[in-house]
Write a protein that binds this ligand. Structure first.
Ligand code: ADP
Ligand code: MG
Length: 320
């Protein structure tokens, strides 16, 4: 059985100007101990997929479909029960630690609370584990950092604190949502190495959400490409790098890392993703696709297997 099994997940938002289709019928699974990268441009729906299954979606969101964690349905679960999973089995690391850390509480208080609330640990037990976690993420002086407030730390150190929070009590799945986007390039690779070490030592399943394909290579075994709320291609790291079949994946691979990092966007792909309030009738990538033909304007390609591990949503996958 898959550890996480997502089936036909959709997320839409109701707004005065109409409805936004942020996630459109997405299905995928993650095995125990697996590392998956979710890659796509800003607005592709990457975060919304995982917010929905953690119950973190905005109030105007409508979530449909299923997401089972070790057989237990998460979609529609009451907040109190979802909180249990969020505290124990699943953790999320956000892009900007400043919005996820409480600026008024010392680091130590924020770390120990998690263990006291979710795992019923005593303060002493929680403190010992929190200090171990700070050591594991290689903060220079855990005892001292424990007493500090978030604003006293650098961006890279705050992201390490977020990772320390995520690993407390050894969750089975960590979702890292653009954990390095706000950081310098050198710090980025340190953070990825750290996540990799945690994965190797504890066998934690990981999802790395990013727009930066080169970053993924250090950590993930499998890549899932998202475009305009849909999965357009998925495959092993090797398949995606050596025989990507979706024109979008190919275009992203050609986008240089330097371009991506400097702008936070993929400047080398011409054009913009479609407006999620007015999606095209056919393939959502067709307006930007050099290979698009008439069929692409009128019908939507289904995600179809091209190998045991690779699936592509393109009418011309076999030719590419
Ligand atoms: N509360 C909301 N109301 C309306 N639209 C939203 C809301 N939150 C997110 N969206 C839209 O959902 C789409 C997907 O967003 P998101 O999952 O954050 O993209 P990504 O993480 O891939 O950058 C975007 O078009 C975004 O504008
Ligand atoms: Mg996002």
């Amino acid at each position: 059985m898959n550890f996480l099994d997502v089936r036909h997940l959709s997320v839409s938002f109701t707004q005065e100007q109409g409805s936004v289709q942020a996630v459109r019928d997405v299905s995928f699974s993650i095995d125990e101990g697996e590392t998956l990268a979710v890659v796509g441009e800003s607005g592709a729906g990457k975060s919304q997929v995982f917010h929905a299954l953690l119950g973190l979606q905005a109030k105007n969101a409508r979530v449909a479909g299923s997401a089972k964690l070790a057989g237990q349905e998460l979609i529609g679960l009451p907040a109190t029960q979802l909180n249990q999973y969020r505290g124990n089995a699943l953790r999320i690391i956000f892009q900007d630690p400043m919005t996820a850390l409480n600026p008024y509480l010392k680091i130590g208080v924020q770390l120990t609370e998690i263990l006291q609330v979710h795992q019923g640990a005593s303060y002493q037990q929680a403190r010992t584990q929190a200090l171990q976690a700070l050591q594991e993420v290689k903060l220079p002086n855990p005892e001292w950092n424990f007493q500090q407030y978030p604003h006293e730390l650098s961006g890279g150190m705050r992201q390490r604190v977020m990772i320390a929070m995520a690993i407390l009590g050894h969750p089975r799945l960590i979702i890292a949502d653009e954990p390095t986007t706000a950081l310098d390039v050198t710090v980025q690779s340190d953070i990825i190495s750290l996540l990799k070490k945690i994965h190797q030592q504890h066998g934690t399943s990981m999802v790395l959400i990013t727009h930066d394909i080169p970053l993924v290579a250090g950590l993930c075994e499998r890549i899932m490409m998202m475009y305009a709320g849909k999965i357009v291609e998925t495959g092993t790291l090797q398949e995606i790098h050596q025989q990507a079949r979706h024109p979008y994946t190919r275009a992203l691979l050609q986008a240089t890392p330097a371009n991506q990092r400097n702008s936070g966007k993929l400047v080398s792909i011409a054009g913009q993703p479609p407006d999620p309030r007015q999606l095209p009738t056919g393939c959502a990538f067709a307006p930007r696709c050099e290979k698009a033909r008439r069929q692409c304007q009128t019908a939507q390609p289904e995600l179809t297997a091209v190998s045991d591990t690779q699936q592509v949503a393109c009418f011309f996958a076999e030719e590419n």
